[in-house]
Design a protein around this ligand. Structure first.
Ligand SMILES: *Cc1c(COP(=O)(O)O)cnc(C)c1O
Length: 392
């Protein structure tokens, strides 16, 4: 059987690759030739693992959610990425990428951000490592995620609001790539998800794979076996999902369920359900599913959740979907909000709006009773409190 992990050419089945402008060839090729060597070196592993433990607070707990389990009749464990420093899984990736950037001699860090979580995680590691940091963020997101903008400012990053398109994540990513094209030799682009040209999808998957590595160990301790029956995660670009499934991806005993943002409903046009609606195309340097019109123009996505508001999807997930290795379920805005209130009431955990989409699929499943589920809570809901309170 072929693996669902990346092949030697940088593809997942027909998806992936590196479709980039000429000016970036040299620096992307340098990264392709360097990343595995550095990430496998003892010095990198030591520094990365020590920071994950002492700075991020890993391992994150695997928590048996008893009241939630009782309600649905399954055995539900929550992987608590919300308890990481800076409040989500994003820091697992930014710590790894900045260590790589330093080893490659880069002086300047750029990043894109949607909800601001990746921007904050990048600004945080730049403060930690004393590096210059520029974050591109859509003007719409700057307005709906004010606290994260303030945090980035306090951390010493320069936040540049982007006013093209509908001023969200896609547009911020365009601007970051434009900046990178102007400064390819001294700048390292820290991408926030399993998107972009090869090697980013694989590099970010590997940096996030600490999540599934821990799940195996924790499940063995608590459940007596390493593999769950089901893994559930939300997908924006797909990095918390990739990390959640990484070490189970070729193990057919575990089924994979991905929650994407239905927005106001997949049939309304106001949606970010890329896998459900998308057709194959190229976005931000990778071949994957893209929400596009008949002329191949990328359509403006919509989700109440800034972190899921993206018209593409990591190529790893496009391949899982087309090969039926993963089941993809759209969860609408109102269903996510309801799920967030339910988790808060039953377990005292306020999830990020993005993570609430993963919780929202529980309602839509009919699995065998007592199925063992691991559901990743990718982040905490502090940044979304106003949205939650406005909706009640
Ligand atoms: C950014 C973000 C996401 C979406 O990104 P993925 O790459 O799909 O994980 C999901 N949850 C939270 C809390 C986020 O901050």
């Amino acid at each position: 059987m072929k693996s669902f992990l990346i092949d030697e050419n940088g593809y997942y089945g027909e998806f992936g690759g590196a479709y980039i402008p000429e000016i970036l060839h040299q620096c992307v090729e340098e990264l392709q030739n360097t990343y595995l060597k550095v990430m496998q070196s003892d010095s990198f592993r030591q520094e990365y693992e020590q920071l994950l433990r002492d700075y991020v607070g890993r391992p994150s707990p695997l928590y048996h959610a008893k009241r939630l389990s009782e309600k649905y009749g399954y055995k539900i464990y929550l992987k608590r990425e919300d308890l990481n420093h800076t409040g989500s899984h994003k820091i697992n990736n930014t710590i790894g990428q900045i260590l790589l950037a330093r080893r490659m001699g880069k002086k300047r860090i750029i990043a894109e951000t949607g909800a601001g979580q990746h921007g904050v995680a990048t600004a945080t590691v730049c403060a930690l490592m004393d590096m210059e940091c520029v974050v591109y963020m859509g003007q719409t997101d700057v307005e709906r995620q004010v606290v994260n903008v303030e945090k980035m400012n306090m951390l010493g990053a320069t936040v540049i609001p982007v006013t093209s398109g509908n001023m969200t994540l896609k547009d911020a990513t365009n601007e970051a790539i434009r900046d990178w094209c102007c400064h390819p030799s001294d700048t390292f682009y820290i991408i926030g998800s399993v998107v972009g040209p090869h090697p980013y999808p694989d590099m970010v998957s590997k940096l996030q794979s600490v999540i599934s590595q821990e799940i195996k160990k924790q499940l063995l301790e608590q459940e007596g076996r390493e593999h769950p029956d089901y893994l559930i995660a939300c997908v924006g670009g797909g990095s918390n999902a990739a990390g959640t499934i990484y070490h189970f991806i070729d193990d057919m005993r575990t089924q994979i369920i991905l929650a994407e943002a239905g927005g106001k409903g997949v049939e309304t046009g106001m949606t970010a359900a890329t896998i459900t609606l998308g057709k194959t195309g190229i976005i931000h340097g990778t071949r994957t599913y893209v929400i596009q019109n008949e002329d191949g123009q990328i359509e403006e996505p919509y989700s109440i959740s800034a972190g899921l508001d993206y018209p593409g999807i990591g190529p790893i997930h496009a391949n899982l979907a087309v090969k039926n290795r993963a089941t993809v379920i759209p969860v609408n805005d109102d269903e996510a909000i309801e799920a967030a209130y339910e988790l808060t009431k039953l377990e005292g955990i306020i999830p990020a709006l993005e993570s609430a989409h993963a919780v929202g699929v529980l309602n839509k499943l009919s699995l065998t009773p007592d199925a063992v589920i691991v559901l990743t809570i990718s982040g905490r809901g502090d940044k979304d409190i106003n949205t939650y309170l406005d909706r009640i």
